[in-house]
Design a protein around this ligand. Structure first.
Ligand code: NAI
Length: 711
């Protein structure tokens, strides 16, 4: 029946299996609501002992139709609001049927999918590591508008529900049980259904806790002194985290706390009203577009077609330093055998010890068992012998950033690899095309740029050299996905995509300092614009010493090609710092900041004498725009020059790799969101005031003239 299969057994227990025709996953759209309404009518008429809700598809139920939501405008909002109201009434009818309703969650139930579960009296999930349960709407710039806020707050109390709602945590079934999102786990599908039946038999006429007489929200309403105290601090804490850039968590906080003061029906209206405000915000539209682009990438949009999926069984890593050790850990974690080589036994062992440290932390938190730890460590073989690379189907080089050294070692290591193996470098700056000359078959050579710390950063930038074959790219893409990371694919160019754009962020910081702006203001305004840390702080962390080395290496490289690397603000500012002042970075003598052994860092006072010009007045808006526009313009140049192969790669790379603010949807979507013509006009203004680096590139002008977007 309309995608809601209705089966009644001898005990009058009805199993409803959602399987909407023509859709790969069940989503909440008009057809869904029609089907649910019809099913409710039948249930209300029928003689029923209880209801089991499950799904006939691989996933339980996805949330609302995001395509529809992202296309909403002020004109279409009233009709959408009416549909939302219909959904809410259906869910209310379901939980007030006077018959037990059990959600048999056979796989992932996120967003609207979990909101449906919340309107059931009991929730049992299939124990499956791949399933996720929760209300992640906040990550799309939205809130759970199908009663999710109202019910979760009433189920768990504000203190427990708020973090789940505001962070959009997706929990495995095990963790969902711990958090109180579900009540039971089942080992297999049969048990899932038999447990659901048993619960129905034991609870012939359950009511939702919030429909019981004398019900109180666990922990109390905002009128309770303890809750009031928490809510008093919450907005300030949230602001500190989001810097006021994300409307969704603010709306969630408001909807949850206001809704907790009133009755269920009024709380539902409050939730809807905040939801309808959010759906039209640019932040929601940006984040939804980002979600689609990320899905496209995960689905293989930048993987060459026509090559069978591959996986790496044995991985060789050259260099067991910070990056090599991190890569070894993430590979061993997904079951790959790792050979980790360094110059001395001690260094190789130290690389392996990194995994042991990470695992110990997880063990102490009860996230893994001792057996799991031992198994993972067993897979990492530290060595100093190239012969041990025998049988490896991939070699990743992660030694010092030195062309000669990298070339020599990869050439030597390659001889030992398995037939058909491919070779990658984790270089952050050296051209892949040139490094590829060191191996016998440059078509098998590729760049795999990991980010630090490897186990936390979700992105890997895959760099194709001039000779890299599509087959090698396909293998590299599969490997990154095997590590459960997100691959973006770019072409070879100085700094590739992420390092190149990131360096413009740092350079704009240096330029502002050079012009006389207060250094603290530079870092603070960058953060207020949404960057995770200010450019001066970043330079201290990376170290001025390393930045100078990279610039020098790049200059020499271009010189060899007969090109010139123009001096920029970074060069000039770093020359002052590292010159007679010896400010080489946080790890050395301090950089833009002093790092006292105890207490917080403080700005290096001498900076004010060296650079600060109190007469200089650059508006805060200009400073923030310079920081964001500079990066977005560089991303356009990367697209124009073919360094970026797609807009999606640029947006995903800028958020996951560079830390560009998430609410913008990425550097290229940021331009769409400003409006191309407005962006061009503002870039021209900045160009006039601050220099030609803000000149809009031809591709941008062309798109603006044709009223096209970056998609
Ligand atoms: P690191 O200095 O921590 O590690 C390099 C390792 O290579 C050391 O353990 C060293 O003993 C080993 N090594 C040097 N010569 C060797 C030889 N002849 N035989 C065997 N091993 C040798 O450096 P890190 O940070 O791990 O960087 C490695 C590579 O990754 C570099 O190319 C770097 O540019 C790149 N990278 C670094 C990132 C970072 O955040 N540190 C991020 C992305 C890439």
């Amino acid at each position: 029946m309309n995608g809601f299969d209705y089966q009644k057994d001898a005990e009058n227990i009805v199993t409803i299996s959602m399987d909407l025709p023509g859709q790969p996953v069940n989503t909440i759209n008009k057809a869904f609501i029609d089907g649910l309404e019809a099913t409710l009518q039948r249930l209300e008429r029928d003689e029923v002992a209880g209801v089991i809700l499950t799904s006939g598809k691989d996933s339980f139920l996805a949330g609302g139709d995001l395509k529809e939501i992202s296309a909403l405008s002020a004109d279409t909002l009233p009709a959408f609001a009416a549909t939302l109201q219909r959904l809410k009434s259906c869910l209310r009818r379901l939980e007030t049927l006077d018959k037990p309703v059990v959600a048999a969650i056979n796989s992932t139930a996120l967003g609207g999918g979990y909101e449906l579960c919340l309107a059931c009296h009991h929730r049992i999930a299939l124990r499956d590591d791949k399933s996720r349960i929760g209300l992640p709407e906040v990550s799309l710039g939205l809130l759970p508008g199908g009663g999710g806020i109202v019910r979760l707050v009433r189920l768990l109390g504000l203190e427990k529900a708020l973090p789940l709602l505001m962070e959009g945590t997706r929990l495995s079934p095990d963790r969902a049980l711990e958090a109180g999102l579900i009540e039971e786990l089942a080992a297999d599908r049969e048990t899932l259904l038999s447990r659901a039946r048993a619960w129905i038999r034991d609870n012939p006429s359950p009511r939702q806790p919030w429909d019981e007489k004398g019900y109180r929200i666990p922990g109390g309403t905002p009128a309770h002194p303890k809750v009031a105290q928490m809510l008093m601090a919450a907005p300030a804490m949230l602001r500190k985290k989001t810097r006021g850039l994300l409307p969704a968590p603010e709306a969630i906080l408001a909807a949850a706390s206001e809704g907790a003061l009133v009755d269920f029906a009024a709380a539902q209206r409050i939730e809807s009203s905040y939801f309808l405000q959010l759906v039209l915000t640019p932040e929601a539209k940006n984040q939804i577009r980002f979600f689609f682009q990320l899905n496209g990438i995960t689905g293989g949009s930048s993987r060459p077609e026509g090559f069978a999926k591959t996986s790496v069984n044995r991985l060789g890593i050259l260099g067991a330093g910070m990056m090599g050790a991190g890569i070894a850990y993430v590979a061993a974690k997904v079951g790959i055998e790792v050979v980790l080589l360094d110059r001395t036994r001690q260094q190789a062992e130290k690389g392996k010890a990194y995994s042991a440290q990470v695992l110990d932390r997880q063990l102490s938190k009860g996230r893994i068992t001792r057996e799991q730890k031992d198994d993972l460590l067993e897979r990492i073989q530290p060595t100093t012998e190239m012969n041990d690379f025998a049988g490896c189907d991939l070699l990743i080089e992660a030694v010092f950033e030195d062309r000669e050294l990298k070339g020599r070692l990869t050439g030597e290591a390659e001889k030992n690899l398995a037939e058909g193996a491919f070779v990658a470098s984790n270089t952050s700056t050296l051209p892949i095309t040139e490094l590829a000359q060191a191996v016998r078959r440059p078509e098998n050579f590729i760049g795999l740029h990991f980010f630090s710390p490897v186990d936390k950063m979700p992105l890997v930038e895959i760099i194709c050299g001039q000779k890299t074959s599509p087959q090698t790219l396909a293998k590299a893409f599969d490997f990154v996905q095997q590590l459960r990371k997100t691959p973006i694919v770019v072409n070879d160019s100085l700094g590739f995509f992420t390092s190149r754009v990131f360096s413009t962020f740092l350079d704009e910081g240096a330029a502002l300092l050079e012009e006389g702006v207060d250094p603290l203001l530079i870092d603070n305004l960058a953060r207020l614009a949404g960057m995770p840390v200010g450019p001066l702080t970043v330079m201290d962390e990376v170290s001025q010493q390393l930045l100078v080395k990279v610039r020098k290496a790049n200059r020499e490289l271009l010189q060899e090609r007969g090109e010139v690397l123009e001096e920029n603000a970074t060069d000039r500012v770093l020359a002052v710092l590292t010159g007679s002042h010896g400010r080489e970075g946080k790890a050395y003598n301090g950089g833009f900041y002093d790092y006292p052994r105890e207490g917080r860092k403080t700005i290096w006072a001498e900076l004010y004498t060296l650079f600060r010009k109190p007469e200089v007045e650059i508006s805060r808006r200009d400073i923030q725009d310079r920081i964001l526009f500079r990066q977005a313009l560089e991303a356009v140049r990367c697209l124009e020059e073919g360094v970026l192969r797609s807009v999606a790669d640029g947006n995903v790379g800028s958020i996951f790799g560079i830390g560009f603010p998430a609410h913008t949807g990425g550097q290229l979507q940021f331009i769409n969101s400003c409006g191309l013509q407005r962006f061009v006009a503002r870039a021209r203004q900045l160009e006039q005031l601050y220099g030609e680096r803000f000149a809009p590139p031809a591709l941008l002008l062309e798109k603006a003239a044709n009223h096209e977007l970056f998609i």
